[in-house]
Design a protein around this ligand. Structure first.
Ligand SMILES: Cc1cc2nc3c(=O)[nH]c(=O)nc-3n(C[C@H](O)[C@H](O)[C@H](O)COP(=O)(O)OP(=O)(O)OC[C@H]3O[C@@H](n4cnc5c(N)ncnc54)[C@H](O)[C@@H]3O)c2cc1C
Length: 402
């Protein structure tokens, strides 16, 4: 009889969970020869979500079947529709059509997050997004189609709703993207509309001077303290009562955890995230672990909790993978700890701002910040090559960035 570990979701958390679990199974040799690890996800590619504001979003899918093959992890292409914690099984809608179920001894939920869309009038019909590859491709196609439209103020106006991390990256990338499409003579009007009274409210005061400097340099307007209250085919109305006519409106209003969390956790937080114990077991759900955007986990002894971010998803994945395999094999589990925290915000042609610590002390700006962002976005967040030894080493929970 096989003992099964099932990982639900092939994002940053799920892939790094697979590496963490495969590493423990590999180290245990014969004692773990009956352990089978399986990952279920709608397709065999990692969506590099942090790069979906860039010009070529269709290139942001990294196939991972060769990596799973290298470390001996099986793959099911499909979506888990239902988790049955009492009989340790899941129902899967297969990508190729049809359905099947799969049983598990231990499950790791890593089904991530989606863009939060509140029921604002016209939002669903009239706003673009960059949350998933297909949405970002739709935006790219729309931007390219504008070049053949009459040269009006509305055509040349771009509203980015949400002045947080994603909204700022989208807005500051737009001037370059638009110049590539329309030529340098194009003078777009780009407006970031933020509901809070300040730009980048969750980023805190640390990097705000650099953000404001970049917005000014790039000629990007801001409208704070009202948000957008309605969307229509011709633009938006803001909470401050302003009407902005725009052919392009991009919604970036936050993220919410996968709805699967509600099937296993008795309680979730405001973002739909599950509470977990120190070793990343879902509180109130026997034999289920969690990692990434679906959980809110304590990262250090100072009371800081994980955020919906790649750095937390990858690190938690290593620990969840290690722990789920250790637990199944009767070995001690490890407490998840990730004391180093950094952010790197892309600010288009201005550069990027890189901060360290939870107070977000600015360490690098302009071109130096950009060099760090490129390193993060083209190397650090990518999965390892499909080489068994290298890939298993990446699953080690003792790896730290700094
Ligand atoms: C535009 C944008 C920019 C961002 N920029 C940054 C950044 O600069 N830095 C940073 O650290 N973070 C950034 N983030 C956040 C980061 O992308 C997420 O925190 C990260 O992707 C979380 O990883 P995850 O594996 O938990 O979830 P996800 O990446 O969401 O992966 C979840 C996986 O689960 C799969 N899945 C979902 N439902 C099911 C199901 N029912 N059954 C099976 N599989 C399922 C999904 O298809 C996906 O493969 C950004 C996000 C966005 C959208």
């Amino acid at each position: 009889m096989k003992r099964n570990i099932l990982i639900v979701g092939g994002g940053f958390a799920g892939l790094w969970t697979a590496l963490g679990a495969a590493r423990v199974v590999d180290k245990q040799g014969d004692a773990a020869s009956d352990v089978e690890i399986t990952l279920v996800s709608p397709r065999a590619a990692l969506q590099v979500r942090p790069r979906l504001h860039e010009a070529r979003p269709e290139q942001m899918a990294v196939p991972f079947q060769p990596l799973l093959d290298a470390v001996g992890v099986k793959f099911i292409e499909g979506s888990v529709e239902r988790i049955h914690p009492n009989d340790h099984s899941v129902d899967i809608a297969l990508a190729a059509g049809g359905a099947r179920s799969a049983s598990y001894d231990r499950l790791v939920l890593t089904s991530g997050s989606r863009l939060f869309r509140p029921p604002l009038p016209g939002l669903a019909e009239h706003a673009f997004a960059v949350d998933q590859i297909d949405e970002a491709v739709k935006l790219r196609e729309h931007l390219e189609s504008l070049a053949s439209k009459p040269d009006t103020a509305a055509r040349n106006t771009f509203v980015v709703v949400g002045g947080g991390f994603t909204g700022l990256e989208v807005a500051t990338e737009l001037p370059e993207r638009l110049h590539a499409i329309f030529g340098d003579a194009m003078r777009p009007r780009i407006v970031v509309v933020e509901r809070a009274d300040v730009i980048g409210p969750d980023l805190g005061p640390g990097p705000r001077p650099q953000i404001l400097e970049a917005l000014e340099k790039l000629g990007i307007e801001t409208c704070v303290g009202g948000g957008v209250v309605s969307f229509d085919a011709k633009g938006v109305v803001t909470g401050t009562g302003e009407r902005i006519d725009a052919s392009t409106v991009i919604w970036t209003g936050g993220m919410v955890a996968s709805a699967l969390t509600g099937q296993v956790a008795p309680e979730v937080d405001r973002q739909g995230r599950m509470a977990v114990t120190g070793d990343l077991r879902v509180v109130g759900a026997k034999d289920i672990f969690g990692a990434g955007d679906v959980v809110r986990a304590l990262t250090d002894d100072e009371g800081h909790y994980s955020l919906m971010s790649c750095q937390h998803a990858q690190f938690m994945g290593r620990f969840a993978g290690h722990n789920v395999a250790a637990d199944l094999l009767g070995l001690p589990t490890r407490e998840y700890r990730q004391t180093f925290y950094a952010t790197c915000l892309d600010l288009g042609a201005w550069g990027a701002v890189y901060t360290e610590g939870w107070d977000r002390d600015v360490k690098l700006t302009h071109a130096e910040g950009k060099a760090r962002k490129i390193l993060i976005n083209t190397q650090w967040i990518y999965p390892p090559a499909p080489d068994r030894v290298q890939a298993l080493a990446v699953g080690d929970p003792d790896i730290q960035y700094a």
